[in-house]
Write a protein that binds this ligand. Structure first.
Ligand code: FES
Ligand code: FES
Length: 155
């Protein structure tokens, strides 16, 4: 079946099996490699992206469900100033080790700071509660997100 949607601002029409997940469609058919395949059960957050601006785990979404929707992945935020701050802060704070969780963490952190530019530490923890990291112990990731928030100019 044909599926029509917008991927990082570009219109896409693709012929896909109705039972393929959004994760497999984007990663395997469209080369969106920032999406990582971890648990495939909605638990690890490695496949996190934005659907119409809202966080979703793409392994739990079937491709036909995105008909007419706007999909944003890390690739689409390459030049976004908030994402640039987050990327730099993750690097400077040592918040990346193996890096498998990092794209999902960055997307979740982006959504958090987009909606709440100056979160408390507890709000940061809640913001990334859907993302599992096996390497960092989370402390450096939380510090990186708080550090990125400090770089956001006050309104
Ligand atoms: Fe989707 Fe783990 S691969 S949440
Ligand atoms: Fe390795 Fe998070 S940096 S899983």
């Amino acid at each position: 079946m044909n599926i029509n949607f917008e991927l990082n601002g570009e219109p896409v029409t693709i012929d896909a099996q109705p039972n393929i997940t959004l994760l497999d469609l984007l990663r395997d058919e469209l080369g969106v490699k920032s999406l990582k395949k971890g648990c495939e059960q909605g638990e690890c957050g490695a496949c996190t992206l934005l659907i119409n601006g809202a966080l979703n785990t793409s392994c739990l979404v079937l491709a036909p469900q995105i008909e007419g929707k706007h999909i944003t992945t890390l690739e689409g935020l390459e030049h976004n100033s908030l994402m640039i701050d987050l990327r730099e802060s993750f690097i400077e704070n040592g918040a990346v080790q193996c890096g498998f969780c990092t794209p999902g963490m960055l997307i979740s952190a982006y959504a958090l700071l987009r909606d709440n530019p100056h979160p408390s530490e507890m709000e940061v923890k809640r913001g990334i509660e859907g993302n599992i990291c096996r390497c960092t112990g989370y402390t450096k990731i939380i510090e990186a997100i708080l550090d990125a928030a400090e770089r956001i100019a006050p309104e």
